[in-house]
Design a protein around this ligand. Structure first.
Ligand SMILES: [Zn+2]
Ligand SMILES: [Zn+2]
Length: 384
């Protein structure tokens, strides 16, 4: 659909529409919604989130009567296309719809309303601003799922996860600083200066604690910053990457007592039931048995338990294609103008909580302290 071609047809459509019978009290709403999915745009050679333009019949039927993806993909609809779509619905609707002219059309978007007001009023339609009607969100969800089922669009695994701004105590200005630091970091190409295999020692917020920081990107195509709690954790990461990782050795070197949390000694032994928890001695095992007997048989419970015991939080910021980022994060950053797709990939921040190395880590969003520390770290890395 090209706006110019549509614009040329509008005067004739208005004339036709004016002659149509007006259905008493019939009210429509014009809305624009961004779909929660990605389609591949060949022209731009990247994934884009399409906008859907919808006409909802608020009265009498209360449902969406037509919808159309805005073009080009990923661009907010042109007001000419909005007016064209509304007029087409009156003078040239789908086969099962009547030719008719509503009494009122409401808009959610002020700019589209301003553009369409005069022509619509000139054909006897009242134009008002209203908030989005109920049912639109549901319609969009169903429509998105249908496109995905038909293989015409996709959604990343992380797409529906809650955004970083939803975390307890996370402040807007902290995120503003975070995004700004990441943008500078990205454009400074730190992966050209700092080799991925060198770890930088940094002080954690609370005095004395150390963290080990690596800049990702010199050897891999993942760009960002990873923070580890210990040298062992760092070794584990590289051993895993190079295929020399020995999980048994790692476990023996890292197991803390499942009862008292002490470091392993020569006497430390493994629970023969689950082979996942370790104990200093018989006393510690007995002391923990009331609790552990239920977990011992059920690996899903153990995941939680080993995280409690080892509870190692590792902070990561990676630059990702938007299609791999939760919609929540993208929308927040776009609305607040914290991130612009032209200047960098999206800086996603997350924390993985590692329990036993035998079990996969759980991924969560950072606490306010972690976000602040990461921002300071990224700014500091710019100076190196
Ligand atoms: Zn113990
Ligand atoms: Zn056990």
């Amino acid at each position: 659909m090209t706006a110019k071609k549509n614009e040329a047809q509008i005067p004739a459509m208005l004339k036709k529409a004016r002659a149509l019978p007006q259905t008493p009290r019939m009210a429509w709403q014009f809305g624009v919604k961004r779909l929660r999915l990605w389609v591949w745009d060949d022209e731009q050679d990247r994934a884009e989130r399409p906008y859907s333009m919808l006409v909802m019949e608020l009265y009498p039927r209360g449902n969406v009567i037509t919808n159309l993806l805005a073009s080009p993909v990923g661009t907010y609809p042109n007001p000419i296309d909005a007016l064209y779509m509304l007029l087409k619905q009156m003078v040239d609707p789908a086969e099962d719809e009547k030719l008719q002219r509503p009494v009122q059309i409401s808009f959610i978007d002020e700019k589209l309303l301003e553009y369409c007001r005069e022509p619509l009023v000139s054909i006897g339609i009242e134009v008002v601003k209203l908030t989005e009607a109920t049912g639109v969100e549901d319609y969009i969800t169903k429509f998105s799922n249908k496109l995905i089922e038909r293989g015409r669009a996709s959604r990343g695994d992380a797409a529906e996860r809650p955004g970083v701004h939803k975390g307890v105590g996370i402040q807007r200005h902290a995120l503003e600083q975070y995004f700004s630091a990441c943008k500078d970091f990205y454009s400074s190409n730190p992966w050209r200066r700092i080799d991925e295999v060198c770890a930088i020692e940094a002080e954690w917020l609370k005095g004395g604690e150390k963290r080990y920081v690596t800049v990702l990107g010199s050897s891999d195509r993942t760009y960002g910053v990873a923070v580890m709690g210990s040298i062992q954790a760092l070794r584990r990461k590289y051993a895993r990457a190079s295929g020399t990782y020995d999980v048994e050795k790692d476990i023996e070197a890292n197991m803390l007592c499942g009862n008292c949390g002490k470091e392993p000694t020569a006497e430390t032994f493994r629970c023969t039931g689950c082979r996942t928890l370790f104990y200093c001695d018989q006393e510690c095992q007995r002391g923990n048995w009331n609790q552990h007997q239920y977990e011992c048989e059920d690996p899903s419970k153990l995941e939680h338990v080993t995280r409690e015991v080892w509870n190692k939080r590792e902070q990561t910021m990676v630059f990702l294609d938007p299609s791999a980022v939760p919609f929540d994060d993208l929308e927040y950053a776009e609305v607040n103008k914290f991130w612009d797709a032209q200047s960098s990939k999206f800086p996603l921040i997350f924390v993985s909580i590692q329990g036993s190395p035998m079990l996969p880590p759980r991924v969560v969003r950072p606490t306010p302290e972690e976000l602040e520390w990461m921002t300071q770290l990224i700014s500091a890395l710019l100076q190196t």
